[in-house]
Design a protein around this ligand. Structure first.
Ligand code: ADP
Ligand code: MG
Ligand code: MG
Length: 923
């Protein structure tokens, strides 16, 4: 039979799964010998059993009996003992902390009799009645579900009728009266009396904690943060200590470093003569810890010793809750503290300098997500804080706080429908599209907008999914805002109205929504990557230095290289500055647009070889110049050029338009011969499903000479570079291959062309010819393909579309938010690689490809290449490189380094049956 209860001295910090975060850390501190009040933890397993069967599991009661008895023996009194009551707090604590869980109930064990015992023991009647009224208030609200307002109202009434300034000025008699009022409130709203039996109080509170796991807010939060629904929460029962026993008592919180900047020091707040939540509730002004030093030097010194001890033990920033009871310090909670992305980098490096952790550990502790946050444009911090503190009539002020659904900082004028967004954007205005929630009809507006703001929905709503897919800043679920699409206004609960054309600023990281324009500050981290800020320069701050240090180390340890997707010399130059070790995908599509388009048109309608050759000959020098520039920018590094890929119709005139023109011309008898021939060609090539039609290698085979022309241009560009003293390394990539025969045909022509160029120039041209793997069939016959391919590059965007059988644009707009909502996807397969499905094809193709051709070069060029989870997968799958957009190269570099450090640990634990997310939460 499972054990459901553990004393604090029986657990440790690695048992978060079983004991919850709070319980595991209380146990750890107890075993470190820190002054933690004694107590025990009821496990998450008990909670799961309760939720599954609707009743406490057999054996739980007996175990609680035994642990309570032990606690009572230790404290020398029993729960609620009438002359000297043992009191406890009942505290929820799951593996992940989350909102919506039951709030802590303090002072459990007090009743009409023991309140007198407590008064006598403490020699303070006021204290005893204050503690009792707090129990009634908290228990009434959180366990019995009475609306908190009834209690607050009664308290306010009393304070008013006594003409005092606050609750601390109420007398013992006042509080005794309040207790009676509170008991009446409980009776009125629950139809029963407040339970006088201390054990019944305890049992009801424990059960309420279990049930709070399924509270709406908690469920919503878990869905949003992708925390599994079946973990359950633990319950901690802790002997009470009292911060409200007079001026030599108090309660506070402390951080071992500043969680915003990472600066080492003493940070925290202290509130004399107060209990529990009073510090954070902000009902009275708190003191700084320096003031505590003046008030109680001994406790202050001890607190510092504890903080030091915790930081060296956890080797990280800790936050701590403490209480002083009549000059005696108690520690009530600690955890590795949350921090900003910037502080994470700073702290990791500080801890290295202090000798607490080594550089590999520092790298493990920062994430690509954090680095990405540091690279997004941000609102000027001071301006944003000033706006947040501004009075209600200020032009720039904080309007609301929603869910930060897609990061970035966007400023623009408010528009309330898609058409207005498109119209104003076309007129050159930056717009913020404001909707209650978005639907597929809003797509054009979302594309046109700088930012999207909704009043409904969370991180998986339509707006969030589509905006993230497009990289557009988005704040969702700003529930305090009322959006009226008909009146074209947005109204706050304070009555502030924002109309169409008024300026808004939205922060997709914090979820903040402001009126007016908040200035956007350049990211120093981006300046560092751009090369305009040197990490060693005096004006570089410790954040830039920390990023520099960790990313340099990541490069040194990573096995997976990072390349960039770049189609122009300009992008290539930038990619190189951002640390790309080559180009993994150079698309050639845009090289055929604009002026050059007519050459392609002519190529398609050419009726004889001479006409065809003429078009190709016109294109060749243009292409050669394109490639020469890119090879120059990436001199010495590999450049993968993908031959022309998109559906042919993208280069041809619109069918309807052309049909009308020809029809009209026929009537007037002025038929233009080229037009007529073009129409024939367009009709012939018209496709119902262009995505599944004449694309990639198919196009290369249907339009003779096209791919050879491209390959010749690449070879000639390489030759020109060599003549100029350069060092080009070209990798020619054939797209959308499904069978080795396709590849062989293109390859034979290509090799001939390269040999011809090399012969003409009398030089060797370093080159590889390989293929994209983006069709499931390509992955399935990878062994055959490898006979003819010198490298594979997984095009994971198309591979995902083709494996799932949906087109990204259509699917994201139509049903992705429903799929996320229903849990069919944990995360969009376009954001993070679908490891079970698409990932399996990648593993299979990698293994069979390398079996057929040892040393086969393997890369990835989809958007997954910079997704942290996916990078870890690609590393584990043994790929050589990932290739992502230039701006995301640093994130991929950091994660490639982390993958090298974390991979062995992850693999082992995955074997042990844990999920990846579990493992990453631990490491
Ligand atoms: P949360 O998870 O919301 O921080 P806690 O369980 O930590 O909730 O408790 C809320 C407040 O009550 C905290 O300030 C905590 O320090 C205080 N508290 C909890 N248990 C006790 C106790 N046994 N004695 C005194 N104060 C306590
Ligand atoms: Mg707490
Ligand atoms: Mg593709």
């Amino acid at each position: 039979m499972p054990r459901y209860v553990y004393d604090f001295h029986e657990g440790n910090r690695d048992q978060k799964e079983l004991l919850g975060g709070k319980g595991a850390n209380l146990a750890e501190m107890t075993n470190l010998g820190l002054p933690v009040p004694p107590g025990f933890t009821i496990t998450t397993e008990a909670c799961r059993a309760y939720l599954a069967h609707g009743a406490e599991p057999a054996g739980l009661r007996a175990e609680v009996d035994a642990h309570l008895a032990a606690l009572e023996r230790r404290m020398g009194r029993t729960l609620g003992q009438s002359d000297d009551p043992l009191l406890v707090s009942v505290r929820s604590g799951a593996k992940h902390s989350m909102p919506g869980m039951m709030e802590t109930v303090l002072n459990v064990g007090l009743n009409d009799v023991s309140v007198a015992g407590l008064a006598a023991q403490a020699g303070d009647a006021r204290f005893a009645w204050d503690s009792y009224r707090r129990l009634l208030q908290m228990f009434g609200r959180t366990v019995l579900g009475v609306d908190a307002e009834h209690f607050e109202h009664a308290l306010d009434e009393l304070i008013r009728s006594r003409g005092v300034g606050g609750d601390t000025e109420l007398s013992a008699a006042d509080l005794q009266e309040l207790v009676a009022t509170f008991q009446a409130i409980v009776r009125e709203h629950t139809g029963r009396d407040f339970p006088q039996d201390p054990r019944e109080q305890l049992d009801l509170a424990v059960r309420a904690v279990f049930t709070s796991w399924t509270a709406d807010r908690a469920v919503r939060y878990r869905r949003q943060e992708r925390i599994p629904d079946d973990l359950g929460t633990a319950v901690n029962v802790v002997a009470m200590v009292f911060g409200n026993l007079g001026p030599d008592s108090g309660t506070g919180v402390a951080f071992t470093r500043d969680p915003a900047s990472g600066q080492s020091g003493i940070y925290g707040d202290y509130l004399p003569n107060a209990q529990g939540e009073d510090v954070v509730a902000g009902i009275r002004n708190t003191l700084s810890l320096t003031e505590l030093e003046r008030l109680d030097k001994a406790c202050y010194d001890e607190l510092l010793t504890v903080m030091n001890r915790l930081e060296t033990h956890y080797r990280d920033l800790c936050d701590i809750e403490f209480t002083i009871e009549r000059g005696r310090l108690w520690i009530l909670q600690t955890r590795v503290g949350k921090r900003t992305a910037g502080a994470a980098f700073r702290i990791a490096c500080q801890l290295v300098d202090e000798g607490l952790i080594d550089l590999p550990e520092a790298l493990r502790r920062v994430t690509g997500h954090q680095l990405a946050q540091l690279m997004f444009p941000k609102f000027d911090e001071r301006a944003a804080r000033a706006a947040a503190a501004a009075p209600a009539d200020a032009a720039t002020q904080l309007l609301s706080r929603g869910v930060g659904a897609s990061p970035g900082a966007a400023v623009g004028v408010a528009v309330f429908d898609s058409a207005a967004a498109v119209a104003r954007a076309a007129a050159g205005q930056d717009v913020i599209l404001v909707r209650r929630e978005t639907s597929p009809d809003d797509l054009d507006g979302m594309i046109a907008a700088r930012g999207v703001l909704t009043s409904r929905g969370g991180k998986t709503s339509h707006a969030a999914v589509v905006a993230r897919g497009m990289g557009t800043t988005c704040v969702c679920g700003a529930e305090s805002l009322e959006v009226d699409a008909v009146a074209r206004t947005l109204r706050t609960s304070d009555g502030i109205v924002v109309g169409e054309g008024d300026v808004l600023s939205i922060d997709g990281t914090t979820g903040e929504v402001f009126t007016g324009a908040i200035p956007v500050a350049a990211s120093p981290v981006v300046q560092y990557f751009e090369g305009t800020l040197d990490a060693d320069a005096p004006q570089a701050d410790d954040l830039v230095r920390a990023v520099h240090r960790l990313i340099t180390f990541a490069d040194a340890v990573s096995a997976l290289h990072v390349r960039a997707n770049a189609d122009t010399a300009e992008d290539a130059v930038r990619a190189r500055r951002f640390g790309a070790r080559g180009i993994g995908l150079c698309r050639t599509e845009h090289m055929f647009l604009g002026e050059r388009r007519r050459h392609i048109e002519r190529l398609v309608i050419a009726e004889d070889e001479a006409a065809q050759q003429e078009s190709l000959a016109a294109l060749l020098p243009l292409q050669r110049a394109d490639f020469e520039q890119i090879l120059a920018a990436m001199d010495g590094l590999p450049v993968t050029v993908r031959l022309l890929d998109p559906p042919l119709h993208e280069f041809l005139p619109d069918l309807t338009e052309l049909s009308v023109r020809v029809a009209v011309a026929e009537i007037t008898g002025e038929v233009d011969e080229p037009d007529r021939r073009m129409l024939e060609a367009v009709r012939r090539l018209h496709e119902r499903n262009p995505m599944l039609g004449l694309r990639g290698v198919r196009l290369g085979l249907v339009v003779p000479g096209l791919f050879v022309m491209q390959i010749r241009a690449i070879a000639e560009a390489a030759a020109a570079r060599i003549l100029a003293g350069g060092d080009p390394h070209v990798e020619i990539m054939i797209p959308l291959v499904g069978s080795v025969q396709e590849l062989e045909l293109v390859r034979a022509d290509g090799e001939r062309a390269i040999a011809e160029v090399a012969g003409r120039y009398g030089m060797a041209i370093d080159h590889l010819i390989g293929t994209m793997v983006e069709l499931p069939r390509a992955a399935l016959v990878a062994g055959e393909l490898a006979a003819s391919a010198e490298f594979f590059s997984f095009g994971t965007n198309d591979l995902t579309q083709m494996t799932w059988g949906f087109s990204r644009d259509d699917a994201e707009a139509a049903f992705f938010s429903l799929y996320l909502e229903k849990g069919i996807f944990g995360v969009s397969p376009f954001e993070s690689l679908d490891v079970a499905g698409v990932g399996r094809l990648v593993r299979l193709a990698a293994a069979e490809g390398r079996q057929a051709r040892p040393g086969l070069k393997l890369g990835v060029c989809g958007e997954h290449a910079a997704d942290p989870d996916s990078v870890h997968f690609f590393h584990a799958a043994g790929l050589d490189y990932v290739s992502c957009s230039p701006f995301r190269v640093p994130v991929a570099r950091l994660e490639a380094g982390r993958a090298a450090l974390l991979a062995p640990q992850i693999e082992e634990s995955v074997d042990a049956g844990l999920t990846r997310a579990d493992v990453e939460a631990v490491v």
